[in-house]
Design a protein around this ligand. Structure first.
Ligand code: ADP
Ligand code: MG
Length: 502
């Protein structure tokens, strides 16, 4: 369902339109219509599901229709209060003379106090500071006709239960205000509070959309980190996807993959978490309109963007968080359609595979480039060096999101790089030619540096098989490593395993 169908005032619609949001998330679709009717709502929904816009829409709409309406949003932490204020400011751009104040402890008492004196339409704050202002007579809880309790369960975990009760006792009667409560779980405490201070709330339990991987063709290639990009090129050459998203684990890798694909004649763009939402949406739009064929993104960058109906999802890096595997590949094959997800498993991230396969309760079928007709392709970006760019995740951090990881130190992959068989070294780089692994080097020429650059992109099968097949590296080794070994340790163990096997 689209926001347009809600019949919102143009002033309220304006902010949503400016953000480029068209389709509502599940929680928005279910709860906004009820909240717009003025009913109390009690909502259980996962983080990241779009709850902020649920209450902001209801608050703004009430303000426009019924001038003079005042609202208060109570949040557990300063960061969350900041984030809500930030969203409120940017979504209220279409409202005339709408003022918002943010109130929390530790900073700016005088400024906050002055803001309150001037009067604000929307108060956002944490319990302690709000109660302080109320005790000193600067804030009147009974002046609000709309009250939002965000992340209620966290509020209780942090010991704010008595404060919340105190605030509610100072508010208008339950039936004289609209109360909206949001929580990741509806615990007994949350329900008690709702029973005492809400007026017959309508309850919503929004379960995350179940993504089934059933209709998705999943494939996995074992490949060394150094040969990954070449394999990606071969895949692109064969499939020639119309719409694709490539996931990487770091921002730098996303930039690199996108720029190198561009050098090879593909039209792609990258997404970063610290890009403004409007820029991210514009970039996404280019994919939807077919102006680019692929987007390269990290999980953080793709969050909050409606990207689905893709022909192909490539996990350039195996995600470190197994749930992200399902989120990533679920971007294809929506609504019962079938899609394809290709995963490149390299030595750097292979340790994440076991958890993924346990989670999806299946083994991802392993393919070999030469067996499925993936021909080596000349890499026009060989020798690519990424320009140093200024990248910061400050805006993500400010907004309380998990910052993306920086670039990991390069692994000493040279030490474990396998020499390819001579037959492959004088690569058949021309498109359309099938490499014959058993064939003698046709020209008989010695390998030159330039031919090195265009070697077949996947390790020769038997070398790789010797390394992993049968023994199933990730299984065998992971289970023999103590659970408390950190990721670094795990990686080191896997690397040393590879070395031993050499
Ligand atoms: P929650 O409060 O449930 O954790 P948020 O309200 O903070 O989630 O929203 C999470 C992210 O999703 C934000 O980046 C927000 O801008 C984005 N978002 C919310 N609603 C939509 C929508 N309808 N379309 C696209 N993105 C949305
Ligand atoms: Mg929230």
């Amino acid at each position: 369902m689209n926001f347009e169908e809600l019949g919102l005032c143009p002033e309220v619609m304006e902010g949503i339109r400016q953000h480029g949001f068209t389709t509502m998330t599940d929680v928005q679709e279910k709860v906004i219509p009820v909240a717009l009717r003025g009913k109390d709502v009690m909502v259980q929904s996962k983080t990241g599901s779009g709850k902020t816009l649920v209450f902001l829409t209801a608050i703004f709409e009430k303000h426009v229709k019924n001038n003079g309406s005042r609202a208060i949003v109570i949040a557990p932490t300063r960061e969350l209060a900041d984030q809500i204020e930030h969203d409120a400011i940017s979504f209220s751009k279409g409202l005339k003379d709408y003022t918002i104040g943010c109130f929390y402890g530790g900073v700016g008492y005088e400024k906050q106090s002055a803001d309150l004196r001037k009067g604000v339409n929307l108060v956002v704050g944490t319990p302690g500071r709000l109660l302080d202002f109320s005790k000193s007579g600067k804030l009147d809880f009974s002046s609000f006709d709309t009250v939002v309790l965000d992340e209620a369960d966290r509020m209780f975990d942090m010991g704010f239960y008595p404060d919340i009760q105190e605030m509610f006792r100072k508010m208008r009667k339950n039936e004289d205000r609209q109360t909206m409560l949001f929580s990741a779980t509806l615990s007994v405490k949350v329900r008690n509070l709702a029973w005492a201070y809400m007026d017959e709330p309508e309850e919503f339990d929004i379960q995350p959309e179940e993504i089934t991987v059933k209709n998705i063709t999943q494939e996995l290639f074992h490949v060394t980190k150094d040969e990954k990009f070449g394999l990606l090129l071969s895949i692109f050459n064969k499939i020639d996807p119309k719409s694709c998203i490539i996931f990487t684990n770091t921002k730098d890798r996303a930039v690199e993959v996108s720029e190198r694909l561009n050098l090879n004649g593909y039209k792609t763009a990258y997404l970063m978490g610290d890009m403004a939402q409007s820029v991210r949406l514009k970039t996404l739009d280019m994919l939807k309109k077919g102006k680019i064929t692929a987007l390269v993104a990290t999980d953080v960058a793709a969050r909050g963007l409606q990207i689905d109906d893709l022909e192909l999802v490539v996990n350039y890096d195996i995600p470190e968080d197994y749930e992200n595997y399902v989120h990533r590949i679920g971007r294809t094959a929506r609504a019962g359609k079938s899609g394809k997800a290709i995963t490149l498993a390299c030595e750097e991230y292979i340790y994440g595979l076991e958890a993924i396969e346990t989670f999806i309760q299946m083994k991802i079928p392993v393919l070999w480039a030469d067996e499925v007709g993936l021909d080596p392709v000349e890499d026009k970006s060989a020798g690519y060096r990424m320009k140093r760019r200024r990248s910061s995740s400050s805006s993500d951090q400010r907004r309380g999101r998990q910052p993306e990881k920086g670039r990991r130190p390069e692994s000493s992959s040279s030490s474990r790089r396998k020499p390819s068989k001579p037959a492959e070294s004088n690569a058949d780089t021309t498109k359309g030619q099938t490499p014959d692994r058993n064939r003698k080097n046709r020209s008989g020429a010695k390998r030159t540096d330039s031919s090195r650059k265009t070697e077949p992109k996947q390790m020769s099968r038997n070398v790789l098989e010797k390394e992993i097949a049968g023994k199933n590296v990730h299984k065998v080794n992971l289970s023999s490593i103590p659970a408390e070994t950190g990721k670094k340790g795990l990686l080191a163990r896997i690397r040393s395993f590879f070395k031993r096997e050499k």
